[in-house]
Design a protein around this ligand. Structure first.
Ligand SMILES: Cc1ncc(COP(=O)(O)O)c(C=O)c1O
Length: 445
């Protein structure tokens, strides 16, 4: 299917080297076809070695916000590279990190103002879990060790992150390595859902029952606010989130918002938390933080959490850090990316994408093979009758079909979704919708 592009001699050489030496993530090399060699990217598109344009409708694993190879971000990166590229972050500091921390503290609500830097979504979650766990030790309540998470949640692939993502059913080989986590039901909803209130009440009462039974042993609760990404673009209502957070915080449970995916405009507001009007105790951000340019993440804590780590001995300090913590190149790009939200009126762009998605939803709802349609911010998602589980043969064939049409659309189990970079044009979106419908038609034959 990808034969045309892969006849390019340079691409063949890259593929041969890839085959021999590279181990790709989330890939069964025994069955996976040839990877696509990308040589260039611009705006919402990637270009392969044969010059073919591929519209990036998954925003490069949900990272790319403003668009690929953005001139302003390129400039910021080059400028910082000309000054200094790396500084160890214990005992040293630098302006890109401090200015970024100040900017994030200004943008986040309440006293979410203490920024711990790390490298990717998983590590930002790992840091949040470790902060929550040690917080209770430092506070003299070491019996609070249990973590709560949600059915279908995904928080990354390191051990702690996998443990709280156990409800995603992705990590069966590692079950025995995981830490103690209790999984709560997630009241996912969709357009026209009539049972949502009942589902929300069920989830909240399961949580309340757990609090009544074992409240004093619970350290923290983690949730992807408004949208479970890898679990299948499953949406919950702000109203549920608000009640959940209020109940947890009233019981003294630390609330962690994993906004690794939802942060930086994905759900229509800069952060998903704005729609629920709540302030979590810890928030994890990555992916869109650098518009997908550089691996960078932050875990931002409320000041009271940070204060529990102060003292006159190292025992109370957080013993955690990474070689690339607060990498100056990444911080410089992140800062420039934040400016772009105002310069390019990015939230208005997202609102325009949302309006187009909503219009498309009406068409999708007329199809008998489409179920549970949903739109949130820049994301359109729905389930497809007959499309199998994650990495099933049909879903891999459909992914390859989309790619052959120049569309990077990747089914998540039986879910299809579009999550374009915010620079996507109306014409590009129209092409994506037409491709989506044609792809559905291939399934129904
Ligand atoms: C909500 C959420 N949290 C954490 C992660 C892990 O991020 P990373 O892949 O950068 O480690 C992801 C990745 O998709 C995610 O969607």
């Amino acid at each position: 299917m990808n034969g045309a592009k892969n006849r390019d001699p340079q691409a063949r050489e890259i593929i041969a080297g890839d085959r021999q030496h590279v181990w790709h993530p989330f890939t069964q090399h025994g069955t996976e076809g040839e990877p696509t060699v990308i040589v260039r990217a611009k705006g919402a598109s990637l270009f392969d070695a044969g010059g073919k344009e591929i519209l990036d409708l998954v925003s490069s694993w949900w990272t790319c916000t403003h668009g690929h190879a953005h001139p302003r971000l390129n400039e910021a990166l080059a400028k910082q590279a000309g000054e200094f590229e790396h500084v160890m972050f214990a005992g040293f500091t630098h302006a890109p990190a401090v200015t970024l921390a100040e900017s994030l503290a200004r943008l986040l609500p309440g006293d979410l103002s203490r920024v711990f830097f790390s490298d990717d979504g998983s590590t930002s979650v790992e840091v949040a879990l470790k902060i929550a766990y040690q917080y209770w030790i430092n506070r003299g309540e070491p019996q609070r060790t249990m973590l709560l998470a949600f059915d279908g949640g995904y928080h990354g692939d390191t051990l702690g992150a996998m443990s709280v993502g156990r409800g995603s059913q992705m990590f069966s080989p590692f079950r025995d390595l995981m830490c103690k986590v209790c999984v709560l039901p997630y009241p996912s909803t969709f357009e026209g859902d009539e049972a949502v209130e009942e589902r929300e009440a069920g989830a909240l009462s399961a949580f309340e029952a757990l609090l009544a039974d074992r409240g004093q042993t619970i350290a923290a609760l983690i949730i992807e606010p408004l949208l479970q990404g890898a679990g299948g673009m499953r949406v919950c209502r702000p109203h549920f989130l608000k009640r959940l957070v209020e109940t947890a915080q009233a019981a003294g449970v630390i609330v962690i918002f994993d906004e690794v995916l939802t942060g930086f405009g994905r759900t229509g507001t800069l952060f998903a938390l704005e729609q629920a009007g709540v302030v979590p105790d810890l928030i994890c951000l990555s992916k869109g933080l650098t518009s997908g340019y550089m691996p960078l993440a932050v875990t931002v804590a409320r000041e009271a959490i940070f204060e529990a780590f102060l003292g006159d001995s190292f025992d109370r300090a957080l013993p955690h850090g990474h070689s690339f913590t607060a990498n100056p190149l990444a911080c410089a790009v992140a800062l420039r990316s934040l400016d772009l939200f105002e310069e390019e009126q990015t939230l208005e762009r997202i609102a325009a994408i949302n309006a187009r998605h909503r219009a498309m939803l009406v068409e999708l709802q007329t199809r008998p093979d489409v179920t549970r349609p949903r739109v949130l911010g820049s994301i359109l998602a729905f389930d497809v009758k007959g499309l199998g589980a994650y990495q099933s043969e049909e879903s891999r064939a459909l992914k390859a079909w989309f790619l052959a049409q120049g569309l990077n659309i990747r089914p998540l189990g039986s879910t299809l979704y579009l999550m374009p970079p915010y620079c996507v044009t109306g014409d590009e979106l129209s092409g994506a919708y037409a491709g989506l419908i044609a792809g559905l038609d291939t399934l129904t034959g």
